[in-house]
Ligand binder design. Structure first.
Ligand SMILES: [Zn+2]
Length: 365
């Protein structure tokens, strides 16, 4: 939706854009655009252009659309959190210099442009291809550190839920760490092939969808008896032809604000042995976590979709655990804005991804 107010132009019609904007007198009211999702979703990403120097007051239409350090704002190349100290989730002010554009979002967005930057940065260390073609006609990217003769597969998946941008920075950090470990001669990395599916819902990422809790269900609940999304069907076919042991992490982010939303955690299911596996991973993460402010937290979920024996809309990790080749498959949650009281940036998320990879490789047999 585009709205013009005097010399101010607000829009969401760009890749990863999302938002509903109402201009009322001197105030802009901003809400997230739910589209085909349901429930308490939080993602929005808008851009504002002004002809004259402008201070724009943006009021949020509902609670929990703003992290503790305000929106992430971008004037030049990089997003930064707008506030140096924590504040309420009711409103924020944007300064827009004459003739410039400011982007603002609930999180630090990550779309095809950012992924292309990662691809350039890693260069020939990675092999890139398409797993399949999405419903929207886009390639669903697959990234490998190739070693087809290796003994095992390290599988990383991300963006089953389109809006969970910070998970992509975690994924970058995990891949980079794997590449570094192989280069340095790490025995486990050298006998493993890394396969990553960085954007399972590539259309949703491009369109700026929430992606979570889609109607009738989203990409991460598409691992039941039949799959409706091309990316999920293709991943299932790929692993049907796999003969090596599989160690898998599915990367997610939770909500924006609140105690459970502002720390990383490992999600455990009620599957036999899964709580112990998740606890071991959690202990390794905590030992390596430089932030060391109470560590990650183990969550035990017994929802039907999170069980490998589920006959309904189970999630990716639960489906993976149902395969005989799988040795480990866990959902990881990393925050969208704040980690234990501190604002998080891409570098923090990449650091977390690196310790996640080191911890996972420690658990490999
Ligand atoms: Zn998610």
């Amino acid at each position: 939706m585009d709205k013009t107010r005097a010399a101010l132009f607000l829009e969401t019609s760009f890749p990863t854009g999302n938002g509903l904007v109402v201009i009322r007198d001197d105030e802009v009211l901003l809400d997230r655009e739910l589209r085909d999702s349901t429930g308490d979703r939080w993602y929005w990403h808008v851009r504002a252009t002004a002809a004259q120097d402008t201070e724009l007051r943006v009021r949020l239409a509902r609670p929990l659309l703003l992290g503790q350090f305000g929106p992430a704002a971008r004037t030049a190349d990089e997003y930064h959190w707008l506030w140096p100290i924590a504040g309420p989730d009711t409103a924020f002010d944007l300064q827009i210099a004459a003739g410039t554009t400011v982007y603002a979002s609930a999180t630090i967005p990550y779309g095809a442009h950012e992924m292309a930057g990662f691809r350039r940065r890693l260069g020939s260390a990675l092999w890139w291809g398409d797993l399949t073609t999405s419903e929207g006609g886009r390639g669903v990217p697959v990234v490998k550190v190739r070693a087809p003769e290796s003994r095992r597969v390290i599988l990383l998946t991300g963006r089953h839920h389109a809006c969970e941008a910070m998970a992509s920075f975690v994924l970058e950090g995990a891949i980079e760490e794997f590449v570094a470990l192989r280069r340095d001669g790490d025995a486990t990395a050298r006998t493993s092939e890394l396969i990553a599916l960085p954007m399972m819902d590539v259309d949703g990422v491009h369109d700026g969808d929430q992606g979570k809790a889609r109607t009738p269900w989203d990409h991460n609940r598409d691992y039941g008896p039949t799959s409706r999304y091309q990316a999920v069907s293709a991943l299932r076919s790929m692993l049907a032809n796999e003969r090596r042991a599989v160690y898998a992490l599915d990367l997610h982010t939770p909500g924006l604000r609140g105690p459970i939303e502002e720390r990383p955690y490992v999600v455990a299911s009620a599957d036999p042995g899964d709580a112990e596996t998740a606890a071991e991973l959690l202990n390794l993460l905590n030992a390596a976590d430089g932030r060391a402010r109470g560590g990650s937290r183990l969550l035990l979920f017994e929802y039907e979709w999170n069980s490998s024996s589920s006959s309904g809309q189970r999630c990716c990790a639960a489906w993976l655990r149902s395969l005989p080749l799988t040795r480990l498959a866990t959902t990881i949650e990393y925050p969208n804005a704040v980690d234990r009281g501190q604002p998080i940036n891409p570098a923090d998320a990449r650091d977390f991804g690196a310790i996640l990879m080191r911890s996972l490789l420690t658990m490999v047999e």
